[in-house]
Design a protein around this ligand. Structure first.
Ligand code: XMP
Length: 519
């Protein structure tokens, strides 16, 4: 039912294979990552192929091979790194086993002319990462560029619209990378740029309507970007057949629950049920200090509260049954689970999305309209659907919420203290126009007290840590170099405005070795 990819990126295992698909989509062409050993039908519908790099050498016994359909189809092909070697090998060229590695920044000089290279300067700044290289062209191919080590860097069979690059056009360090990809998509393969948020919304709206029919859909709305965009999209498709459930576990940030209601219920007219279960959650957390135990208890309680609500809705619903559960699964989760053969696990549960994950025995079919989108595309779709920037650009917030930012036992008083401190951090970051430039920012309440002095009095109060990081993928992160005066304002306001706090520290550790959260 879903649309076939216009460009199939054949995945030979490179770290940057996903990036190729993202770049192609950034240029307006729908692209998907497909494993090299996928069934031919999966590859057949594409209009062009890009072959990714990969860690293997084509001489290894189990090295990935070029799927025959790529050449049989006669469609345009761009091979990258290992993809170049696989092409050369399959077509009767020769790949020289590694003698030396070429790694990092290199200059490539163009030695021929071809549509792939139109408008490019004679010398390209490129990023290489390979050991083997092609040292004899396949019949019918010409050399188009060489690196300063005299290695073949670009080759092509111009008449058949087949090209290959030894370097990586998808990485930022290849300065003319986007130009090369653009040339391939539009000059060589003559594709159309029809992958836009508006087109996606149109197609997906229709798809949701067809699939859901008269049934109803339930969605756990957290206020995060993914579930928010799902809510807006599904609501656009089926209106009141969608019911959203927002579980307030009491560990939310200041004003967060109100904002969710304002945005979804008032501004978008979405049927939204709020459940304030803070007392239940706090009861579960009494005396608990271990971070994993906090996560476990919050996760379990969340599932029970959500299930009870789903059962209540099902029992009370007159008319069509709730057949679907909508979820904000994204493309990277899908790729990862396909790669590791955990497809089913990813389809049924996305743990961090719904705090603890939903049990498998819930009898819903899953509706995952963002299954083929990258995060930046989700944001663009959100904006096109009219969601406010505040929601679309919101930093991620962990499912267990402030509970894992209060070190030690979670109490209502400590939650209130942290909520206020956290709000000041975010307000000041926004006022300094640095919210979007950072990836995650928050306050942490520490389980120690320190001595201070206020007026003539000695105080013995709480310590708040500020954590602000920048990251692309949240797997590694760097601490944000915020201006001193901004940090000063945050600290000043926190000690002055938040009762019981007399000291503020700034976390200057990167990840690794630290994690982003403190628990
Ligand atoms: P760490 O602390 O592992 O965090 O560097 C990486 C990213 O994951 C988020 N995070 C969580 N999200 N449930 C969630 O939904 C959790 O238990 C959890 N723990 C960490 C964290 O906020 C950061 O974005």
């Amino acid at each position: 039912m879903k649309r076939p990819p216009t460009v199939a990126v054949i995945d030979f295992g490179s770290q940057t294979a996903q990036l190729i698909a993202r770049r192609v989509r950034d240029l307006g062409v729908y692209s998907e990552l497909i494993p090299w050993n996928a069934p031919a039908e999966q590859l057949a519908q594409a209009d062009a192929y890009i072959l990714s790099g990969g860690p293997a050498s084509i001489y290894e016994p189990d090295a990935p091979t070029l799927p025959p359909i790529v050449l049989e189809s006669g469609k345009p092909v761009l091979g990258i790194c290992y993809g170049m070697q696989a092409l050369a090998h399959a077509l009767g060229g020769h790949v020289a086993p590694a003698t030396a590695r070429e790694f990092g920044h290199t200059i490539v000089e163009l030695t021929g002319d071809a549509p792939l290279l139109s408008g490019l300067p004679e010398k390209l700044d490129v990023w290489m990462s390979h050991s083997d290289h092609v040292d004899a062209l396949p019949p019918g191919w010409v050399a188009l560029g060489a690196s300063h080590n005299d290695n073949m860097a670009i080759m092509g069979d111009i008449a058949r619209k087949r090209y290959a690059l030894q370097f990586h056009p998808e990485v930022q360090h290849t300065r003319q990378g986007m130009d090369i990809l653009r040339n391939f998509l539009f000059d060589v393969a003559e594709l159309e740029a029809d992958w836009t948020p508006a087109n996606f919304i149109e197609t997906m709206t229709q798809e949701i309507r067809d699939r859901v029919g008269d049934s109803r859909v339930l969605l756990g709305l957290s206020g995060g970007v993914d579930s928010s965009v799902v809510a807006a999209l599904v609501h656009r498709a089926i209106g009141d057949q969608l019911t959203c459930v927002f579980v307030d576990h009491g560990m939310m940030r200041l004003g967060e629950a109100d904002e969710v209601f304002e945005t979804f219920q008032q501004a978008h007219g979405i049927h939204l049920i709020g459940i304030n279960a803070a007392e239940l959650f706090l009861e579960d957390l009494k005396g608990v200090t271990d971070p994993e135990e906090k996560r476990k208890r919050i996760g379990h309680r969340f599932v029970r509260v959500f299930e009870a609500e789903a059962a209540r809705l099902a029992a009370e619903s007159q008319g069509a049954p709730y057949r679907f559960l909508a979820q904000g699964t994204l493309y990277p989760d899908v790729i990862e689970s396909a790669a590791t053969g955990r497809e089913r696990a990813a389809r049924t549960i996305k743990t961090h999305h719904n705090v603890g994950g939903l049990p498998e025995d819930i009898e819903f079919e899953l509706l995952e309209p963002l299954r083929y989108l990258f995060k930046d595309e989700v944001r663009r779709v959100g904006l096109a659907l009219g969601l406010p920037e505040r929601i679309v650009w919101r930093h991620p917030f962990p499912g267990p919420g402030l509970a894992i930012r209060i070190l030690g036992e979670v109490t209502w008083d400590r939650l209130e203290t942290l909520r206020q401190a956290d709000a000041i951090v975010i307000q000041e970051l926004e006022a300094a126009n640095l919210y979007r430039a950072t990836s995650q920012a928050f306050a942490v309440l520490l389980p120690v007290r320190t001595v201070g002095v206020m007026g003539d009095y000695r105080t013995y109060g709480n310590v708040v840590a500020i954590r602000v990081v920048t990251t692309d993928d949240f797997m590694t992160a760097d601490w944000a170099r915020l201006p001193d005066d901004l940090l000063g304002r945050m600290a000043n306001r926190i000690v002055n405005e938040v009762e019981g706090v007399n000291r503020v520290v700034y976390d200057i550790t990167s990840k690794p070795p630290a994690t982003i959260e403190w628990e």
